[in-house]
Design a protein. Structure first.
Length: 353
């Protein structure tokens, strides 16, 4: 399609990790249509995460779970977007609500995945290959406009201001355990229960990191991660700077950038670490890298129990093991994760290739 577009809307109201993996698409659209006005419609947390990203001219809030909840909120948002008079909409989100909302905007050209619910409401539908990485699948939405995903950069983009960094660094200066050992940020939580490694093993891992490597450990997460985080804290005997629920997404970004290593599951902190090229160890349970969400980076090590026929049990990982044994996480030992941590800390001392 040779047509030029002057005002483009990108739409994604998924979880923060998914928003992060949409940023390479933003860059691809910016490069394909230089000079075009680019807006991104997303959740309040997505707006907070992307504020200041130089590729975007505007961020638009769609608070689908609160202020814009329900049919009235969707209609109000659609009318707001209609007034903006965009000439192209690109939807990463695959829900029926997203397809219907964008249809109501009257935007003449609307691109979405063919696997989306109510995909017939898009004017252009693009395949979403299951075996490709999520960033490449997203960039593939530009295929109707001649963009080759394999030639595009996949590394996520996240903006951080000096003020935000100073705020986090100030907290570190006051509360971080003393010493000159590596700063290790641990993120044990996840929205999905089967993406969480066992809390007791996280605790033992922290003791190994502190005892053997002199690590200064920071624990992060949202307020909903408090139960899992508390179990981890209760199971370890080492000093930990507990910042669960005390940092928002932007401050988490600054903290990850400061860290020597991030230890997490298949969740948003893993994507944040990839954006800043911070060495990472990610424990995978119900999900697998082949689903397309693991970082494409030599600075990330995936620790998983391979060979289980039941993995993956779903795209996201359910709240509980469908078979009741949870072997995908039960089979990941402290030794396996600690070995990966040691390897990544040693590799992290050298500049990234």
């Amino acid at each position: 399609m040779a047509r030029r577009f002057d005002k483009i809307l990108i739409f994604n109201t998924a979880f923060p990790g998914d928003i992060i993996l949409t940023t390479p698409l933003i860059r691809a659209i910016y490069d394909r249509f230089p000079g075009a006005y680019l807006a991104f419609c997303t959740t309040p947390s997505g707006v907070r995460l992307l504020a200041g990203l130089s590729y975007l001219d505007r961020l638009i809030v769609y608070d689908k779970n609160n202020a814009d909840r329900g049919l009235s909120g969707m209609l109000r948002t659609a009318l707001q977007l209609r007034d903006e008079q965009f000439d192209l909409a690109v939807s990463v989100h695959r829900s029926a609500r997203s397809a219907l909302l964008l249809r109501m905007t009257g935007i003449p050209v609307r691109v979405g995945f063919g696997s989306s619910a109510m995909a017939s409401l898009y004017t252009h539908r693009v395949d979403r290959p299951r075996q490709a990485h999520e960033t490449l699948r997203n960039i593939g939405l530009m295929a109707p406009f001649g963009v080759d995903p394999s030639a595009a950069s996949t590394r996520p983009l996240l903006p951080i201001t000096g003020e935000e960094a100073n705020h986090v660094f100030g907290m570190l200066g006051i509360d971080l355990p003393r010493g000159d050992g590596p700063i290790v940020t641990v993120a044990p939580g996840s929205v999905w229960g089967t993406k969480r490694w066992l809390a007791g093993r996280f605790g033992k891992l922290i003791d190994e990191l502190v005892g053997q490597l002199g690590a200064r450990v920071i624990m992060v997460g949202g307020t909903t991660d408090r139960p899992q985080a508390q179990q981890v804290l209760d199971s370890c005997n080492s000093p930990v700077l507990d910042m669960v629920g005390l940092t928002d997404l932007r401050e988490l970004c600054a903290l990850v950038r400061k860290s020597s290593l991030v230890v997490t599951g298949d969740s948003a902190p893993m994507h944040v670490a990839w954006a800043f090229d911070t060495p990472t160890v990610a424990v995978f349970g119900a999900t697998v890298p082949a689903l397309g969400f693991a970082p494409i980076s030599e600075r990330c090590r995936i620790v998983e129990l391979k060979g289980l026929e039941c993995r993956p049990c779903s795209d996201h990982g359910p709240q509980q093991c469908p078979l009741g044994h949870f072997q995908c996480m039960q089979g990941v030992s402290v030794e396996m994760v600690f070995g990966a941590c040691r390897e990544m800390l040693e590799a992290g001392r050298a500049p990234a290739g």
